[in-house]
Design a protein around this ligand. Structure first.
Ligand code: PEP
Ligand code: MN
Length: 340
């Protein structure tokens, strides 16, 4: 619930209001504005009566907020959050630089990921992606190299200086990721693994939280809220396409989330055109559209030999195409007042 008080409300009246709600076990966040004071109430507001609160002559308005999230809510945090990665080597958010993350779906061996990392760097990428723990639909498909894959990513970082992003699938690997990975990806399939989300709230590494395959925007923001409520506010959202009835693409890229996320939250939003389309032919067009629509970053699968990739070759760009895509995106970024 959000309550604003009238211009010029005396301090003692503000205090009375705060004490009243705190006395009911609610947590009160006060945002002091130039003209109005705004209170955010966190806790069980179901028993409060809006009309009764509005009867206070100093109260300007009472709004029952349907949005159940607070930490991620732009209402309580008007500035865009800028997430600092790898000791501020890369920053995502803030509507200036658009960050580009490139790399293979899966880490296959050290030389593969080092070679791709070099290509990503040469093309102008800011970070390297690569999965070591893979959430595959089939138990017979390549499951990832595990720790070895993470260490291969570390090697690629040493060679290129690019910070690394990799997917964490379970709580038992958190220490490994805290030690080695710069940005921890939570994949679409784990978006509502609440136990995992709670554990991520207890660390302070940045998290790239992908939208679930069939989740609403509000459910997705609530998952970010889980991490933030635990104390880790370094969350970046990533749209990777949602399931619809359309088979021409692997998923349907929901680009409308960009303005919606910016309106509802202060968190950065990254677009993954690779998993969204499932087809390398459409990745460039969707990247350009994402930058034009205000995305804070792109995460694109890149492979030097897509035909033999262990996973997602069909949606991976070869380095030359990746570079061309970045160059075109840079031009679009300039048009919308951003850098890339
Ligand atoms: C991936 O990034 O390789 C991946 C598995 O993504 P998602 O969770 O979006 O399917
Ligand atoms: Mn993939």
């Amino acid at each position: 619930m959000i309550i604003s008080t009238k211009r010029g409300t005396p301090q003692n009246e503000i205090k009375k209001i705060i004490d009243g709600f705190e006395g009911q076990g609610l947590q009160v966040t006060l945002i002091r504005g130039e003209d109005y004071n705004v209170f955010g109430l966190v806790g069980d507001t179901t028993k409060l009566n809006e009309k009764q609160i509005a009867a206070n002559p100093w109260v300007e308005s009472v709004t029952r907020v349907s949005a159940p999230y607070k930490k991620a809510n732009r209402l309580f945090h008007q500035e865009d959050s800028v997430i600092s990665i790898a000791g501020d080597k890369v920053r995502i958010g803030g509507r200036e630089k658009v960050a580009v993350i490139g790399g293979p779906c899966s880490v296959e061996c050290e030389s593969q990921v080092v070679q791709i990392a070099q290509a990503v760097k040469e093309a102008g990428g800011d970070m390297l992606r690569g999965g070591a723990y893979k959430p595959r639909t089939s138990p017979y498909a390549f499951q990832g190299l595990g720790t070895e894959g993470v260490l291969d990513m570390v090697k690629a970082r040493e060679v290129t200086g690019l910070p690394i992003v990799s997917e964490l699938m379970s709580e038992d690997r958190i220490d490994e990721f805290v030690e080695y990975v710069d940005l921890i990806q939570i994949g679409a399939r784990n978006m509502q693994n609440f136990q995992l989300l709670k554990a991520l709230g207890r660390i302070n590494k940045p998290i790239l939280l992908k939208r679930g395959l069939a989740n609403t925007i509000e459910e997705w923001i609530m998952s970010a809220e889980y991490i933030m409520a635990g104390g880790n506010e370094n969350v970046i959202l990533c749209e990777r396409g949602i399931r619809t009835f359309e088979p021409y693409t692997r998923n349907t890229l929901d680009l409308s989330v960009i303005p919606i996320i910016k309106e509802k939250t202060h968190l950065p939003i990254v677009i993954d055109p690779s998993h969204a389309t499932g087809n390398y032919r459409y990745v460039e067009a969707m990247s350009l559209a994402a930058v034009a629509a205000g995305a804070d970053g792109l995460i694109i699968e890149v492979h030097t030999d897509p035909e033999h990739a262990f996973s997602d070759g069909a949606q991976s760009l070869k380095p030359a195409k990746f570079r061309e895509t970045i160059d075109k995106c840079r031009a679009v970024a300039a048009v919308v007042g951003r850098r890339l």
